[in-house]
Design a protein around this ligand. Structure first.
Ligand code: SAH
Ligand code: SF4
Length: 380
């Protein structure tokens, strides 16, 4: 019988599985704590579980995150991990240390189907959704690795203080696997993060935003990137399906249930494309009835994108105009430059099954560099 990967279960899934094995709910809580609070993967070490339970677990279950195939730290402390998710695909996870906190940027898919023109993940096409264990496995593994390097602190608590679903992929098109992973992040017997410290970033999948507001409201970031439908249709093609008026209405509905009283709008700064002061004025108008903050992201160029980042002065003028309209605006610092860990560089190594003609090729321009560190087929 195939072993079950316990990283695929949130608390209720684990309780169901344990009860099917004749175990009582408090046992599943103990097990959940061992796995996620202590980062334990060896059932033999779970000393307060009955010997009979440990024996059952050793036969029937496994705790298996995707393997880490690369772990690099940039000069500013940003640390980038590459996880092998099989069949030649790798995903990226970035840990960003800041005063008093550590934020983990987590991936939700290998590739992305939404094909935003400025995004190197989107350029790779879509391979597949990540499973719950592959999503939560990023947090599980990084927490363990950090704990190992934090001398004297043997708790998983505070290893990671914030999670942003801003890695590769569109989290809201992998909704079924996203929700159990989010629930684990929030669970006091697992990572115990507050809803305000877990952020889902979306390009604007309106029906899934409504579901999220009901089923697992966490902080929300929306990738806006343009003030008009005409421009957003070109930059974020999903806009044709869920245009701006619908997206703004969905943001307002979400805020009724959100743990924070604002939405964060992400806005990538593209020279001569979306960065004029007229664009900024239109934005002010567009968001006039959505309580929000703006996060301006300097575009991270990649070869053949045909796009360049706005000049620093222009970003400043753009931000000033928003701030004069009383919109709190931050400009994202570029982090981890020397290891390609900056936003939009999260390209990994993804076989694109959606473009038949390129089936066996890796389309990310940095592939040559990445391939030196990753065996294409890692045996499990
Ligand atoms: N799919 C989700 C989350 C992942 S992308 C989304 O689109 O929101 C995380 C953020 O990085 C998004 O705001 C995205 O627009 C931005 N991004 C993508 N490519 C970028 C690039 N080359 N430079 C700067 N930001 C980029
Ligand atoms: Fe997908 Fe987000 Fe990239 Fe758009 S910006 S292609 S939604 S990962």
């Amino acid at each position: 019988m195939a072993q079950v990967n316990l990283l695929d279960f949130d608390a209720s899934g684990l309780t169901d599985w344990c009860s099917a094995k004749g175990e009582r709910p408090f046992r599943s809580r103990q097990l959940l704590r061992w796995i996620h609070r202590n980062g334990e993967s060896d059932f033999g070490q779970m000393t307060d579980l009955a010997k009979s339970l440990r024996t059952m677990l050793e036969g029937a279950a496994i705790i298996l995150p995707p393997p880490v195939v690369s772990d690099k730290t940039a000069s500013d402390g940003t640390r980038k991990f590459l996880f092998d998710v099989g069949a030649g695909n790798a995903i990226e996870t970035v840990m960003i240390p800041e005063a008093g906190r550590r934020t983990l940027c987590v991936s939700s898919q290998a590739g992305c189907a939404l094909a935003c023109t400025f995004c190197s993940t989107g350029r790779q096409g879509f391979n597949r959704n990540l499973s719950v264990s592959e999503i939560i496995g990023q947090l599980w593994s990084v927490s363990r690795l950090i704990r190992a390097s934090d001398s004297g602190d043997d708790s998983m608590d505070h290893a990671i203080t914030n999670v942003v679903m801003m890695g590769m992929g569109e989290p809201l098109t992998n909704y079924e696997n996203l929700i159990p992973a989010l629930r684990l992040m929030l669970d006091d017997n697992a990572y115990g993060l507050s809803r305000r410290r877990v952020t889902v970033s979306t390009s604007g999948i309106v029906p899934a935003m409504d579901r999220l507001s009901q089923e697992c409201p966490v902080a929300l970031a929306v990738s806006l990137h343009a003030p008009t439908d005409e421009l957003r249709d070109r930059l974020v093609p999903i806009n044709k399906k869920y245009p701006l008026a619908e997206l703004m209405a969905a943001c307002r509905r979400y805020l009724e249930f959100a743990p924070r009283d604002f939405v964060t709008f992400e806005y990538v700064m593209l020279a001569g494309v979306n960065d004029s002061l007229a664009d900024a004025r239109r934005l002010v108008e567009l968001v006039s009835d959505v309580p929000c903050k703006f996060n301006l992201i300097p575009f991270n160029p990649f070869p053949d994108s045909g796009l360049t980042c706005s000049a620093r002065d222009q970003i400043k003028r753009f931000a000033d105009l928003l701030m004069k309209a009383d919109i709190v605006t931050t400009t994202r610092k570029t982090r981890g430059d020397d290891i390609d860990a900056a936003c939009g560089q999260l390209a990994g190594l993804v076989r694109d099954r959606s473009r038949r003609t390129e089936k066996a090729t890796f389309t990310h321009p940095a592939f040559g560099r990445v391939s030196k560190t990753i065996p294409l087929e890692v045996k499990r």
